[in-house]
Design a protein around this ligand. Structure first.
Ligand code: NAD
Ligand code: WQD
Length: 337
């Protein structure tokens, strides 16, 4: 069985669907601090199979101990954590506690239970500014610009150290680029609390009329149309990368890092135009100043994931926007609507 922490969240829920579809037994532990139990009901509806859900904080050692005692867990996929960059600047201790402590307690309890296979949600945010594009797994990391980024950097370091000490450990660090989109059923998707910080959910909410106008954060970058370029990846493709990573950890030892993106950059205006095309709605936008900490262009070199994991993305930007729009129209107020 696979223990999935944070399985009720955006990426976790899409991964749980594929795990169930592939025949894995799944135990989810999630505190629902940034999600709704409804997402897991819908995961089970899509897959036509059941998973076990434990509502708890990953920092709760006794709960983890019970889970490892009760279920035959072979591998852990660790999504749980807080992820809002701006909030992490305002509440650094909450972020260090949630992200670092949860990983520490989880690894200690895995060790006590003899569980050695681990897949971790890392982020392109660990790369330093100033790298050449595309980013490779050995591009330089660190000098993070916010506490959230530092928590990912530190968790990666903890996992590398553990693999050095314990030759039985098998860890994959997946560095996600910009996950977007939704399941094609429209039943599960991204459900941010409050006003979204990220581009795609903001654009969807403008399209559906929840927000009035997008502010484009700068149009004077050195990019083809002057707006920021990112490597957007469909969440269903990203979920599949976890299935490849699980196969990998069950047959290898040590720590391996993989970028998970498409290898292609799209600008803010590319996203706006794709979304307008698939939704048939006009997305009003205005140009604002640059957002502090943003880079002009970020995209991945995906050759390692392709050659080692056999992982390649299938879906393009239009499909990402179409599925995000389908989810948004079926669930205009998210899971609670
Ligand atoms: P999400 O907030 O939708 O999912 C995270 C889940 O973890 C939520 O269901 C939340 O309730 C749960 N959670 C948080 N802290 C917990 C704790 N201490 N104990 C138990 N449950 C807890 O976020 P997501 O977009 O699905 O991201 C999943 C992971 O991927 C995170 O670690 C995030 O940092 C990482 N990541 C996300 C992105 C992105 O843009 N979405 C990019 C790179 C990396
Ligand atoms: C994309 C582009 C913005 C909103 C963030 C985190 C990163 C990772 C993914 C977790 C940029 C522009 C955005 C808006 C805009 N998360 N934009 N108007 O900044 O690449 O990455 O999410 O690990 O750590 O930093 O994604 O979606 O916020 O921005 O013009 O209202 O859209 O300036 O060029 P980003 P994003």
């Amino acid at each position: 069985m696979v223990l999935v922490t944070g399985g009720a969240g955006f990426i976790g829920s899409h991964t749980c669907v594929q795990l169930l579809e592939k025949g894995y037994g799944v135990v989810v532990v999630d505190s629902l601090v940034n999600s709704h139990g409804e997402s897991l009901e819908r995961v089970m509806r899509i897959a036509g199979k059941k998973l076990c859900f434990v509502e708890a904080d990953v920092r709760d050692r006794a709960v983890l101990r019970d889970i490892f005692a009760k279920y035959e867990i072979d591998s852990v996929i660790h999504f749980a954590g807080l992820k809002a960059v701006g909030e992490s600047v305002a509440k650094p201790l909450e972020y260090y506690s949630c992200n670092i402590d949860s990983t520490l307690v989880l690894l200690e309890e895995m060790n006590a239970a003899g569980v050695k296979n681990f897949v971790f949600s890392s982020s392109a945010t660990v790369y330093s500014a100033g790298n050449e594009m595309p980013l490779k797994e050995n591009s330089s990391t660190g000098n993070c610009t916010n506490p959230y980024g530092w928590t990912k950097f530190m968790q990666e370091q903890m996992l590398k150290s553990l693999c050095t000490a314990d030759s039985e450990m098998s860890v994959v660090l997946l560095r996600y680029f910009n996950p977007v989109g939704a399941h094609q059923s429209g039943l599960i998707g991204e459900d941010p609390q409050g006003v979204p910080n990220n581009l795609l959910p903001y654009v969807s909410q403008v399209a559906v009329g929840r927000l009035k106008c997008l502010t484009v954060h700068g149009d004077d970058y050195d990019t083809p149309d002057g707006t920021g370029v990112r490597d957007y990846i469909h969440v269903v493709d990203l979920a599949r990368a976890h299935i490849c990573a699980l196969d990998y950890v069950s047959s290898h030892k040590g720590c391996e890092i993989f970028n998970v993106g498409t290898g292609h950059g799209s600008s803010v205006l590319d996203v706006v135009h794709s979304f307008e095309k698939v939704s048939g709605r006009k997305i009003p936008y205005k140009i604002g100043p640059r957002r502090a900490g943003d880079l002009a262009t970020v995209y991945s070199d995906v050759s390692k994931a392709k050659s080692v994991l056999g992982f390649e993305t299938e879906y393009d930007l239009e499909k990402m926007c179409a599925d995000a729009w389908h989810w948004q129209t079926l669930n205009p107020a998210g899971y609670v609507g």
